[in-house]
Design a protein around this ligand. Structure first.
Ligand SMILES: Nc1ncnc2c1ncn2[C@@H]1O[C@H](COP(=O)(O)OP(=O)(O)OP(=O)(O)O)[C@@H](O)[C@H]1O
Length: 324
């Protein structure tokens, strides 16, 4: 059970009070693997437009038993433009983005304010459509999906840790985390158990009944993280995940995301201004004025090394440099 391995990492860094809940969570997910009502790690519900487990969704038909697909991009953007119309004036927030993201990467997107990071994130999260170009999720053009199929993809494939993705103000902590599971028609008893474990993981067991207005900014961020992990999505999109947090909690959350990428093979995409986050990245995409300025590969990251060959085929490699 891979969460147990995550705990091994935490053991070196955290005090024992936080370990017990994590171990319980690991047991829970371990048990969940045999429970048909629950998505196991990378699990995928029957009503998916793709109708297959997320891991299989992530694999090409001929990828055999390889745990990760390093040949076919999980997400591929081809000549993506986003043009906003403001009266008579058009504004291009993204200008011909080409980017391939592979399963199991931890991609950090860095750029100054107004460079197009959130716009890009909205496209990656299937929350918006490009004005021109294509966004493919496992080789499927998202613009060809119906609204209901997109909702399923967003609900099951993608966990959002967005500051603008506000918690519902009238729901308490527990109910906010429960909500996406209810949309997925998760068995209520199982869902409540999951909520309980997730809130322990993020250290909010004592805040279950608090409304968002009765939580600090950092605590609200942790509720959002618990909520995003509830349906165990293969992709996690995080917009400034440490933005509201003190440095200790921020480090804890980043280590947690890092563990999910390394041990669970989740694909994690983080948008940030914070250069500190670069150390967790398999690759860093620098964006400026709606264009990719350069992409750096982190050679010390194991997955990045595995992906290296595949990435060589990526468009825009002329800008790619290695950090040594
Ligand atoms: N709905 C919109 N209509 C018009 N222009 C928009 C719209 N949304 C974003 N923009 C413009 O697109 C550009 C990119 O915005 P975006 O929010 O993606 O930047 P960002 O890199 O996320 O910035 P920040 O780090 O400040 O959040 C900005 O110049 C912004 O003003």
């Amino acid at each position: 059970m891979t969460l147990i391995k995550i705990i091994e990492i935490f053991k070196k860094k955290l005090n024992t009070s936080i370990l017990k809940p994590l171990e319980k969570a690991a047991d829970f997910y371990s048990e969940s693997k045999n429970d048909s009502n629950i998505n196991g790690p990378g699990g995928f519900k029957k009503n998916s437009p793709y109708g297959s487990p997320a891991r299989n969704f992530a694999k090409s038909p001929d990828s055999g038993n390889a745990s990760r697909n390093v040949e076919i991009p999980f997400i591929k953007l081809t000549d993506v433009w986003k043009i906003y119309q403001m009266g008579e004036v058009e504004f291009a927030a993204l200008k011909g983005i080409n980017l391939e993201i592979y399963e199991g990467e931890l991609l950090v997107i860095l750029g100054p304010s107004g460079s197009g990071k959130s716009t890009l994130m909205n496209l990656l999260g299937c929350l918006d459509m490009p004005s021109k170009g294509t966004v493919c999720l496992n080789s499927k053009d998202i613009s060809e999906l119906s609204e209901s199929e997109l909702a399923v993809v967003r609900g099951q494939m993608i966990g959002f840790i967005f500051q603008s993705f506000n918690l519902l103000p009238t729901l308490n902590t527990e109910e906010n985390v429960l909500l996406p599971m209810e949309f997925q028609e998760e068995d209520r008893k199982t869902a409540r158990q999951k909520v309980s474990y997730l809130l322990e993981i993020v250290g909010l067991s004592d805040k279950k009944k608090n409304l968002p207005s009765q939580l600090s900014g950092g605590q609200r961020q942790r509720v959002a993280i618990a909520r995003s992990l509830g349906v165990n999505p293969p992709i996690i999109l995080a917009d400034e995940p440490t933005g509201n947090l003190d440095s200790k909690t921020g480090d804890y959350i980043l280590d947690f995301l890092d563990g999910l990428q390394k041990r669970e093979g989740k694909t994690i995409i983080i948008v940030t201004h914070d250069l500190e986050l670069v150390k967790y990245a398999t690759r860093i995409v620098y964006i400026r004025d709606g264009e990719i300025e350069k992409i750096e590969t982190h050679p010390k990251n194991e997955q990045s090394m595995k992906n290296e060959q595949s990435m060589k085929n990526e468009r825009g490699t002329k800008n790619e440099i290695n950090l040594n």
